[in-house]
Design a protein around this ligand. Structure first.
Ligand SMILES: Nc1ncnc2c1ncn2[C@@H]1O[C@H](COP(=O)(O)OP(=O)(O)OP(=O)(O)O)[C@@H](O)[C@H]1O
Ligand SMILES: [Mg+2]
Length: 405
């Protein structure tokens, strides 16, 4: 938890006592005098530096005026009076004291708040790793009272882990909801090869039950069965990959085949929305280093957004163009539509989680695209022209460019 520098705890003492993180009110009056003296010496000798002696002098001049209950818990003191008037140097390790005095100097020069990690010495022995906030209220610089708060890094780490877990759960539910949107396409893409398999098997049986079985014809039909079986299995594998929560794995990937796989999953959706697809895929691309399922997810999201924008905007020309091209050491992917384009006020919030202009939108599509592309060391660029459409582009590093570099 970080503290807002505008928090004036002197005016609101109940806040000081009820905050769930440790806060000390420090009397810095004498510490400012030390700094003023040192700066005066500096002017004469040019030798003002925050060395260990200066740290000690400042740490001993800065006294604990008050500790809130959370600070007492962290410091393991039962009676706040037990640490009142103690110098701050008594509860900070040498390194932390150095950072504290650097912070004090920054406050003196007018900064409102400084944040740093360090260790806090437990009065009865032992140390705590904590995140410190050192701040003064914004009324004036170098006032008598300043505040030092500290919260356990262990709590921060577990909060961050919880946040990561939440984000990955969200990303997963967005992928599952994508699958929901693609149900019609998926059913079609599995049913079609299954239909061909059944028809081929029936035909094969007929050829075999003839007086003179035609083995060559049966061979052809069996090959068709195998091909269609693989096609259906591919669709299922893609679906499973989208629904699973496996760890990211970046391998050499043929971006064009990822796009073709995406299209297979979206064909029915495009037809329903009367969207014409144009593929402009460069045939001479090197493989890129990417997590195939994640990139597939990005392209599905961008292509679905484009199709939705063109259909919802009643565009008379509904062309979705997916392009791949070489750009130096990178491979570029463009997803371009001929929809209404994106208004400036929407553009500013486009990549925020839960931002959506659609009635049934979750608003996670582009947020997820951005985090995936950023995790690949790149960024998503947007070009938009009112009434003419939008183009989302991203670059992925070519595999051999990475291994060479
Ligand atoms: N190609 C596009 N043309 C016009 N507007 C777009 C386009 N792509 C995205 N947008 C705008 O950006 C917003 C956010 O998109 P995003 O994909 O993050 O969420 P969503 O599509 O609304 O919901 P979902 O979580 O279901 O994807 C959309 O609601 C839409 O207003
Ligand atoms: Mg979307």
């Amino acid at each position: 938890m970080s503290i807002d520098a505008s928090l004036d705890l002197a005016r609101d003492s109940s806040l000081f006592h009820s905050m769930p993180i440790g806060i000390l009110r420090l009397s810095a009056k004498d510490a400012w005098k030390v700094i003023v003296d040192l700066r005066a010496t500096e002017k004469r000798s040019g030798a003002f530096e925050l060395n260990q002696d200066v740290s000690c002098a400042l740490g001993n001049a800065c006294l604990i005026a008050e500790a809130n209950p959370s600070a007492c818990v962290l410091l393991q003191v039962k009676d706040p009076a037990a640490i009142a008037k103690a110098p701050i140097a008594s509860i900070l390790s040498e390194d932390t004291l150095k950072r504290f005095t650097e912070g004090l100097h920054q406050l003196f020069r007018g900064q409102n708040a400084i944040v740093y990690d360090g260790s806090l010495t437990i009065v009865g022995g032992g140390e705590h790793q904590v995140a410190f906030n050192l701040w003064q209220t914004q009324r004036e610089v170098a006032q008598d009272d300043i505040y030092l708060s500290f919260s356990s890094l262990r709590e921060r780490i577990s909060l961050e882990q919880a946040k990561d877990g939440l984000q990955s759960d969200l990303a997963r539910s967005a992928r599952v909801s994508l699958l929901g949107e693609m149900t019609a396409s998926i059913a079609h893409e599995v049913n079609q090869p299954l239909g061909t398999i059944v028809a081929s098997a029936e035909a094969g049986l007929r050829w075999l039950s003839r007086d003179e079985p035609d083995i060559a014809e049966v061979k052809l039909l069996l090959e068709r069965i195998t091909k269609n079986g693989k096609r259906a299995a591919n669709v299922i594998a893609t679906m499973r990959a989208l629904a699973s929560n496996k760890k990211s794995e970046r391998l050499p990937t043929d971006i064009n085949s990822v796009i073709e796989e995406t299209i297979l999953l979206l064909r029915t959706d495009f037809a329903k929305r009367q969207v014409t697809l144009r593929l402009d895929l460069s045939p001479t691309l090197p493989p890129v280093k990417a997590d195939k399922t994640q990139i597939l997810q990005v392209i599905v999201n961008l292509a679905l957004n484009a199709a939705q924008a063109m259909a919802d905007g009643q565009a008379w020309n509904r062309t979705l163009c997916i392009r791949t091209r070489r750009d130096g050491a990178d491979v570029m992917v463009d997803v371009e539509d001929s929809g209404p384009g994106i208004d400036l006020h929407v553009r500013e919030r486009l990549f925020e989680s839960f931002f959506s202009t659609k009635e049934t939108g979750i608003g996670m599509g582009l947020a997820i695209c951005r985090s995936i592309i950023e995790a690949h060391g790149s960024r998503i660029e947007l070009q938009s022209t009112p009434h003419l459409g939008a183009r989302f582009s991203f670059a992925l590093p070519a595999e051999h460019a990475q291994t060479n570099g």
